[in-house]
Design a protein around this ligand. Sequence first.
Ligand SMILES: Nc1ncnc2c1ncn2[C@@H]1O[C@H](COP(=O)(O)OP(=O)(O)OP(=O)(O)O)[C@@H](O)[C@H]1O
Ligand SMILES: O=P(O)(O)OC[C@H]1O[C@H](OP(=O)(O)OP(=O)(O)O)[C@H](O)[C@@H]1O
Ligand SMILES: [Mg+2]
Length: 285
Amino acid sequence: MSKLKIAIQKSGRLSEKSLELLQECGIKISNGNQKLKTVSSNFPIEILFLRDDDIPQYVEQNVADIGILGENEVWEKNRKVETIRKVGFGNCRLALAIPKDEIYTGISYFNNKKIATSYPKILTKFCQENHLNVEIEEISGSVEIAPGIGLANCIFDIVSTGSTLLMNGLKEVETVANSEAVLIKSHNLSGEKQKILDKLLFRIQSVIYSHENKYILLNAPNEKVKDIISLLPGMKSPTVLPLAENGWSSIHSVIKEDEFWDIIDLLKEMGAQGILVVPIEKMIL
Ligand SMILES: Nc1ncnc2c1ncn2[C@@H]1O[C@H](COP(=O)(O)OP(=O)(O)OP(=O)(O)O)[C@@H](O)[C@H]1O
Ligand SMILES: O=P(O)(O)OC[C@H]1O[C@H](OP(=O)(O)OP(=O)(O)O)[C@H](O)[C@@H]1O
Ligand SMILES: [Mg+2]
């Protein structure tokens, strides 16, 4: 039986999360130190550990069938690959930053400036769209150092918390794109490999749902049950069970992780008590 070859980052921001995702999908991986290729013992998949920049090229050339990497690298490399879905981590943005004491006058500030970046193609496209005439200095890392050492006037790079900019005396002035980790695939997958990919995608979907949702249990006076369940739609509809104490019910449902705190306040106002919120291991819709 053929194996689906997946490329993930060897070491860097996305490595741990990519491996974790596969493991949460029930895929057993033994990764001996320094091993650049491994197979799973319980799923028809082979894992290749690569530099993230190289993943689009490998997938285009069918050396890997699928890959996990930042969408920013997919845009920059512009290879013939298909982006299938976001995988729930690696959120960051591509932004232009300038020395913090400079007065920012709007996008035309960048005219005739020298900009250091590891993303020349994305930057070129942005500058063309905005009719900016700039000089691009391509470097492969530690981009934030460039203005301080006189290599460039400003930078175009990945920002997440903004602390690297701050530490290097820079300020973010334009967000060009938001990026996160995605799964890409080759345009030439065999039917057999597509079937393995469908199985993997089904598992990834259930892992992502489980991260995005929480299971909630609470007690409420019967007269409030209707109002409370209007806030808790659940997967189909909430479960309502009578409590041993007369006039009270127990309500079970599922809520979105990011709506959790807003809903909790409303539930308390409505008289909910003994609220338990628990993580979901896997969620199949
Ligand atoms: N600070 C950050 N927060 C969140 N995501 C980030 C951050 N920095 C980078 N990323 C995302 O993670 C990806 C990998 O970043 P990393 O810094 O590990 O890359 P790299 O140094 O180019 O690694 P490699 O050695 O594999 O080429 C980036 O392309 C981006 O999508
Ligand atoms: O806004 P922040 O939270 O500070 O994150 C941004 C920094 O993170 C990334 O680099 P990373 O630390 O991965 O190192 P690298 O330059 O060696 O890739 C990116 O290139 C920025 O330098
Ligand atoms: Mg890289």
